[in-house]
Ligand binder design. Structure first.
Ligand code: FEO
Ligand code: CA
Ligand code: CA
Ligand code: CA
Length: 605
């Protein structure tokens, strides 16, 4: 037959060169549009964005700050709803210094977090999308904020550890915080990970001790809940639930995977306790051959773990309301596991070996001595510590390649590998090449500063099995540096890459990797890379785009028959010493300060 059109999956392009520009840079044959910026209207009645005249009432109707995960669910041939996380705020970059009171900043900050649901429609150029600006025609638009009530599901819902004075039932939680990455489910809902939730809690007095179990670490310490004297937010000054002395259980109500149904704007979002509580980067669902829903999730902390959940019930593929309602309950019961990686020795020249998923609990039974099911799920890190999983270098996105059935995990970096954390075959790099600017010489530094992409192959291709094999698909960094590895591909033909964070797939099974931290590791802006996972070009990493100065690249999402690439430059201008008055970036160049925004890239017409 005739060759198909050029798409994101098959395009041959010249790799974008490392740079420090304050711009989105793409290959020549591609273009991009900004779909929505921080402060743009999401709900009817939202006032025009005015950074000097912000109120809580305005922010509740406007697009939040620091867009991270982007999910897109079609609602017709030419329309879709886009679900976007707002991970965190940055007072120094967002607002004119001294313009707002400390208490106003706390309140504005709370509401700029959360999740937005935004209706989009096709643009003129195939693959392009724009937001629906007439909000009377966007009834699915939604802002989920710090006051939206979430229903707790699963075995730990209603547990004593979740009870507070506002919610003596321990089953309804106000708000979601630090939503980082996520996943769109086969039933058209969106999962979102509550990541660094610990930072919002504080107290004027002494931080109490957290619960502990049979010799385990103090749970507050294990989750990084402590006195944050350097954090400028001080939410505990305006809302008692962020005060650790007044509401010691409130932090237990964050650190979960939340599920939002963007097709039903009035539906109550949920937090699924069955998926465990840790610094969830995100969560991704795959339906195993036997119909069970399998969810992979990383705990983004130095030395923390990779987790898997297998549902008790089976997925119903029918396109009926009844089937969808059944599927929406799949994440409420099943079994939670944590990963252990064993190497087969480095004599073969590659980091690879076998792996095992260790059971933590099912919805009925705990497999961790001294901890109940509720405790395993609420203090998952403490439970996992007891069963000997492998300490990884900050697990970020964990995503299944539907073309080859393998699971890929981004392990972003760990400067303490080789010191605090001893090396092992799955975490082999203790010294790596770095640069201070794109053209500066390579210097070796201690630790793993550029990260890995790990490939896991479930035994018999069965995601419900407890055994797998694994290999490091990429050891990231500068290809001129000896420790790097690009699945065996010719290192003279690949792009340098540092700090993989978010993963996505096109329909040919190419992996798309976005980065967060390239400036620190290799001296250039972050961006997005395409790499084949099979065939003669397996491992050929090519830089597809760079994001503006100081930004990390979030999203990404390749969709619409590989014609649309959604990506979300987060925290443009976040560079040491930069402020609102003296910004390091003014992207997207509509104001004299930066505004995090969601974009779509597509082939030029
Ligand atoms: Fe929010 Fe792990 O990145
Ligand atoms: Ca080996
Ligand atoms: Ca991330
Ligand atoms: Ca990140």
């Amino acid at each position: 037959g005739a060759p198909g059109p050029t798409t994101l999956a098959n395009a041959r392009f010249r790799s974008v060169a490392p740079n420090r520009r304050d711009a989105v840079v793409l290959p020549d044959q591609f273009d991009h549009d900004v779909i929505i910026r921080w402060g743009d209207p999401v709900l009817p009645g939202a006032p025009d964005f005015d950074v000097r005249n912000l109120t809580v009432a305005a922010v509740k109707k406007q697009f939040g700050y620091n867009n991270d995960y982007v999910g897109v669910v079609p609602i017709g041939k030419d329309r879709a709803v886009m679900v976007v996380n707002h991970e965190y705020d940055d007072i120094g970059l967002m607002y004119p210094q001294g313009h707002y009171s400390q208490r106003d900043l706390a309140r504005l900050g709370m509401y700029t977090h959360g999740i937005s649901v935004v209706t989009i429609k096709r643009g003129k150029v195939p693959g392009s999308w724009r937001r629906v600006k007439d909000l009377t025609k966007a009834p699915k638009n939604r802002r989920i904020t710090v006051e939206t009530r979430f229903k707790m599901t699963g075995p730990a819902a209603g547990s004593d550890w979740l009870k507070t004075s506002d919610d003596p039932t321990g089953s309804v939680v106000k708000g979601t915080l630090n939503n980082c990455a996520g996943g769109t489910t086969p039933w058209g809902t969106v999962l979102s990970g509550e990541e660094n939730f610990n930072q919002y809690f504080n107290t004027e007095g002494t931080v109490p001790t957290g619960p502990t179990f049979g010799g385990a670490k103090d749970s507050y310490a294990r989750y990084g809940i402590r006195s944050n004297s350097s954090d400028p937010r001080n939410w505990h000054d305006v809302d008692d639930r962020f005060d650790l002395e007044k509401e010691p259980n409130e932090p237990h109500r964050f650190g979960w995977i939340v599920e939002v149904d963007p097709l039903r704007p009035k539906s109550q979002p949920r937090k699924h306790t069955m998926l465990g509580r840790f610094k969830h980067e995100g969560a991704n669902v795959v339906i195993a051959d036997n119909g069970r829903a399998v969810v992979y999730s990383g705990d983004d902390e130095r030395g923390d773990y990779i987790y898997k959940f297998v549902s008790e019930e089976r997925y119903d593929p029918r396109k009926t309301a009844r089937a969808r309602n059944h599927n929406k309950r799949l994440l409420e019961a099943g079994t939670l596991y944590v990963a252990k990686f064993t190497g087969d020795g480095l004599e073969d020249g590659v980091s690879d070996g076998t792996g095992k998923w260790i059971k933590l609990c099912s919805d009925r039974e705990s497999f961790v001595p001294g901890m109940t099911v509720e405790e395993v799920l609420t203090f998952t890190r403490l439970a996992a510590d007891k069963v000997g999983p492998t300490q990884m270098d900050r697990p970020e996105d964990v995503e299944v390649n539907l073309v080859n059935g393998k699971v890929y995990a981004a392990l972003t970096n760990n400067s303490q590998r080789g010191s605090t954390f001893p090396a092992d075959e799955a975490n082999p790099v203790t010294s790596c090449g770095t640069r201070t600017s794109p053209g500066a010489p390579l210097e070796m530094k201690s630790g793993n500063r550029n990260g890995y992409v790990l490939e896991m192959t479930p035994d018999d291709g069965d995601h419900t099995r407890s055994t797998f094999t694994w290999d490091l698909f990429l050891i990231c960094g500068d290809p001129e540096s000896p420790e790097t590895y690009f699945a065996g591909f010719d290192k003279s033909k690949v792009s340098r890459i540092s700090c993989p964070d978010n993963l996505a797939w096109d329909s040919s099974g190419n992996l798309w990797i976005s980065t967060d931290g390239a400036a620190a590791g290799l001296g250039h802006n972050d961006g997005l890379f395409r790499v084949p996972t099979s065939g003669p070009e397996r491992g050929r990493v090519q830089q597809f785009l760079t994001v503006p100065k100081g930004a990390e690249c979030c999203g990404p999402l390749v969709t619409d028959d590989d014609r649309s690439l959604f990506f979300a430059p987060q925290h443009p201008g976040e560079i040491d010493g930069a402020t609102f008055a003296e910004p390091a970036s003014t992207w997207p160049h509509t104001d004299d300060f930066p505004r995090p925004s969601v974009c779509v890239a597509f082939r030029k017409a």
